[in-house]
Design a protein around this ligand. Structure first.
Ligand SMILES: [Zn+2]
Length: 472
């Protein structure tokens, strides 16, 4: 990773900003910053031509000028990392300060283990590059496979899945197996950036419900049978949207690997890959979908705690189970308060109805310099109602809400599978289920076993990836 300093003069006010661009492993990345003097948005793209060792920034609302000029402002940009926000230029400080790459390495470094910074950074890099690669090369295939499934187009579905997955383990010979093939591929696609440890909770709870009240569990599954298709369509649309916005969220994803994340970090560091406008739609669309999926979480909680999937909690607001589907989305979200186990599928801080309302009512302002989003969830213009959060925090919410959708999606998948099994459809072998789960989900206590499995998974992943490339 290297960094390049360029001077840009604002087209409007003539003030000069020294842009220190960290180039890394992306061929290109968006750049967004606000002119420190006249406050207009300056947008562009940084392109790295690896072959010709050429780095270029194309920018609008400012022009490139020679470095003899004295800068007024300083900003760092990077497609991958958190960077210093726009600030008045200070020759002494800014000439010798370490570039974003080193700052990130240190932030990912655990003081007890000197290697951990490099290791974490490498993992971060590998995950992002894998996912970007798969978005570019594989997503269109995963999407069309899901579409074929959703449209009951069995003939083409089987053909498409068998282009990628082996017939022996994925026979695709009944609805149960078809669903499993589609789900496996989609889960595989998301693997680089999704944490699958929630699966462990889902399997454990479903197993125990199967012992506790098998007939009611089946009633629950059958009840949702009429909803699965609609749920899957909504979720696929969110996945599609996610593949479009992921490039804006990379620096926030990097925080997953930071040792400490706190308010001070958000105040000091920013991201130049996105403006609030680029990602807000994704958040509110996904929020709507999560709200729509909540009844299945409520049903499972009812079954677990009250032994009947329709029996609602007596200590929460009183709704009939059927009525719960019709209530306002905000009320649905409020109902999930973290007190029952399936609530855990909703990540903490992912669902924020205050920021959602402010986006929905257009009652927010984004300060491009501090990267602070000031928002009014009530919309009555009372200063005491105004709240704020930083752009990086909001980008983190976009990642958490997507992870939440994937977690609920797994619960829906298990429920749908249950319906097909109850209709007498046979899985290729019960063994396949166990293997499949352990490969992508359940963490075993013994490290050794874990490691061996990881190696196996690596081999299998390579095989699938190879196959996908061949079939392009
Ligand atoms: Zn300006």
């Amino acid at each position: 990773m290297g960094n390049i300093r360029s001077y840009f003069k604002c087209d409007v006010c003539g003030y000069i900003t020294l842009v220190r661009a960290q180039y890394g492993w992306l061929d290109s990345h968006p750049i967004r910053y606000t002119c420190g003097h006249c406050k207009i948005l300056i947008k562009g793209t940084a392109t790295l031509d690896q072959e010709n060792a050429d780095f270029r920034i194309d920018i609008e609302n400012a022009i490139f000028i020679s470095p003899e000029n004295e800068a007024n402002f300083y900003i760092e940009t990077s497609g991958e990392l958190l960077t210093e926000k726009l600030q008045p230029f200070d020759a002494q400080r800014h000439w010798y300060s370490p570039p974003p790459f080193f700052e990130s390495l240190w932030a990912m470094n655990n003081t007890n283990n000197l290697q951990s910074g490099h290791e974490n950074f490498e993992r971060f890099k590998r995950n992002v590059l894998n996912f970007l690669y798969m978005i570019k090369n594989d997503w269109h295939k995963i999407r069309r496979i899901n579409e074929l499934w959703q449209n009951d187009n069995e003939k083409y579905l089987v053909q498409e899945v068998h282009n990628i997955l082996p017939k022996k383990q994925f026979p695709m010979n009944n609805k149960l197996e078809n669903l499993r093939g589609v789900h496996f591929l989609t889960r595989y696609f998301l693997q680089p950036i999704i944490d699958y440890k929630h699966n462990e909770m889902i399997f454990r709870e479903l197993k125990s419900l199967l012992e506790q009240n098998p007939s009611n569990l089946l009633e629950l599954s059958s009840f949702f049978n009429g909803h699965f298709r609609r749920y899957e369509k909504r979720i696929l649309r969110i996945m599609e949207h996610f593949t479009e916005v992921f490039k804006f969220l990379i620096p926030a994803y990097g925080l997953t690997f930071y040792v400490t994340v706190n308010e001070e970090l958000f105040r000091e560091k920013g991201m130049t890959t996105a403006a609030f406008e680029d990602i807000k739609e994704f958040y509110i669309d996904t929020y709507e979908v999560v709200a729509e999926l909540l009844p299945i979480i409520v049903a499972y909680n009812n079954l677990k705690y009250r032994n009947d999937y329709k029996k609602m909690s007596s200590v929460k607001p009183q709704y009939d189970f059927e009525r719960f589907f019709e209530i306002h989305k905000g009320k649905k979200i409020e109902y999930i308060d973290g007190t029952e186990i399936f609530d855990k599928l909703i990540l903490e801080n992912a669902i924020d109805n205050k920021i959602r309302n402010a986006i929905g009512h257009n009652t927010y302002e984004f300060d491009g310099i501090t990267q602070e989003i000031k928002y009014d969830p009530v919309g009555k213009n009372k200063p005491s109602d105004i709240q704020s959060m930083f752009l990086v925090e909001f980008a983190g919410k976009c990642l958490s809400i997507f992870q939440t959708v994937v977690q609920i999606w797994e619960l829906i998948y298990q429920t749908e599978k249950h319906v097909y099994v109850s209709q007498g459809m046979k899985p290729v072998s019960p063994d396949v289920f166990i293997n499949e789960f352990s490969k992508l989900g359940i963490k075993k206590k013994k490290e050794l076993r874990d490691k061996r499995r990881q190696e196996k998974r690596g081999k299998k992943a390579k095989k699938v990836q190879k196959k996908m490339q061949r079939k392009k």
